[in-house]
Design a protein around this ligand. Structure first.
Ligand code: BGC
Length: 440
């Protein structure tokens, strides 16, 4: 078997990504805290509780773990409901804590990337209609101004909104995120408000910090036609258009285009300095006239797919290459802002990471400009409506005792970060089953 190393570019960012509602714990001010309390909303009625206990300061030990394993960057989110607990109240202590976290990253020589909205809003915003009410655009801009003013000495990489496409779909079509609606019209209007909120935030941040790099993190999902039938091909295209394209195209062209219906949003044009890509998996798509609420399609993983523990993800590294090629049309540098797999036993994760990084290396070697990779995630966390049933961490967490145990993938990722590459030695040690693909 050949030996070798696939090196990444000099200065490549290696990190993990986290989100405030999933790691901080003890928040009763946001939409998710209320949602969790409603029976039946979260699998097994799990509660986030302490989560990873970051709000009490355990971020310190987790950042130590990240630093000690060679990571040079970290993506985290700040929580609007803590910073602005009421429309007329700012909590300076909350901003202080975030300031401390960012300084904590700097002291550990890790570049911070801050997400300003990751799936949660303050309850008072939700009571006003949340993202359905266009008043949120001004409110969000005010929150962004306050937060960026406080935190910009320690950060220049900003993600305005995490996965607007997943948020609109899960909260307004599937109904599994708050406010739990099933209303396609509302979903599209929410997405449009998110385009405008992003554009406002983009300009607010640049006025405050001209050298800032501002982007979003879109969830790219591959959609493959289930057969040769033209109807399956159209449906795959439709899903790609609505899920992947719609939001990012609007930021690129200033046009919010749903099928043939166009709405000019010129203030959104050219408002990304980089494109964040969250890539996990691909779907097969079959036309189904009986599911208008799911855009006339049945989405599924094929019978021979290699699935994750909870069958949430199908292992498809080629999809990451497609994702990067797709992202390149927007003409800005890209970052992989999330990629990972639910796997409490760490059986698939080493192979998943290596084969995705190999795919990413191939894309970069073909000159697609990707500047970093943030693995989802550092320590097991609260996985939204799936509660604690999915374990995405490099470190295993017992949420009761807060004890962390490193998985083999944590050691493997550390070797990758230190080497700035993936080698046959690392592959042979952690995922020999991937040798044939990576080093044929
Ligand atoms: C989200 C994360 C989430 C991950 C795995 C992404 O859609 O941005 O918050 O935990 O997927 O479920």
């Amino acid at each position: 078997m050949p030996k070798g190393t696939y090196y990444f570019t000099k200065g490549f960012m290696w990190g993990t990504a986290t989100a405030a509602p999933q790691v901080e714990g003890l928040n009763d001010l946001n939409t998710w805290s209320a949602w969790e309390k409603e029976t039946g909303r979260i699998i097994n009625n799990h509660q986030s509780g302490l989560a990873c206990d970051w709000w009490s300061g355990r971020w310190r030990e987790d950042f130590d773990r990240a630093q000690a394993s060679g990571q040079n960057a970290h993506r985290l989110s700040i929580e609007w409901s803590r910073i602005q607990p009421a429309p007329d109240r700012w909590d300076e202590n909350a901003l202080d804590r975030y300031r401390e976290m960012l300084i904590g990253l700097q002291n550990r020589k890790m570049t911070p990337m801050v997400t300003l909205h990751h799936f949660s809003e303050p309850l008072w915003v939700a009571e006003m209609g949340g993202w359905e009410n266009e008043a949120i655009i001004d409110l969000f801009a005010t929150f962004v101004k306050k937060s960026v003013t406080a935190l910009m000495p320690y950060c220049h990489l900003w993600v305005t909104i995490n996965e607007p496409n997943v948020f609109a779909f899960n909260a307004y079509i599937d109904g599994v995120f708050p406010p739990g609606k099933k209303d396609i019209k509302a979903a599209l209007s929410v997405l449009q408000h998110m385009v405008l909120a992003h554009a406002r935030a983009y300009h607010v941040i640049h006025e405050l910090q001209p050298e800032a790099k501002v982007g979003t993190a879109i969830n790219y999902r591959g959609f493959k036609p289930a057969s040769w039938l033209p109807a399956d091909h159209w449906m795959a295209k439709l899903h790609h258009h609505l899920f992947n394209d719609l939001f990012v195209q609007a930021l690129h062209t200033g046009e919010f285009k749903v099928l043939t219906k166009k709405q000019a949003l010129p203030q959104a044009a050219g408002t990304q300095d980089f494109l964040g890509l969250n890539y996990y998996t691909c779907d097969h798509v079959r036309f189904n006239p009986l599911t208008p609420g799911q855009f006339f399609a049945h989405r599924f993983f094929p019978g021979d797919a290699l699935l994750s523990e909870s069958e949430f993800i199908s292992h498809d590294p080629q999809g990451l290459i497609d994702c990067v090629k797709w992202g390149h049309q927007f003409g800005v540098p890209m970052m992989i802002t999330e990629n990972g797999v639910d796997d409490s036993e760490d059986l698939l994760r080493p192979r998943y990471i290596l084969e995705h990084l190999h795919a990413l290396w191939k894309a970069i070697n073909d000159n697609y400009p990707v500047e970093g990779y943030f693995h989802w995630t550092l320590v097991d966390n609260f996985e939204w409506e799936r509660g604690w049933t999915q374990r995405f961490g490099l470190w295993e967490l017992d949420p009761e005792t807060q004890v962390r145990v490193r998985r083999p993938s944590a050691d493997m990722y550390a070797e990758i970060c230190r080497l700035n590459g993936i080698s046959s030695a690392i592959t042979g040690k952690y995922a020999p089953e991937a040798l044939a693909t990576l080093f044929p």
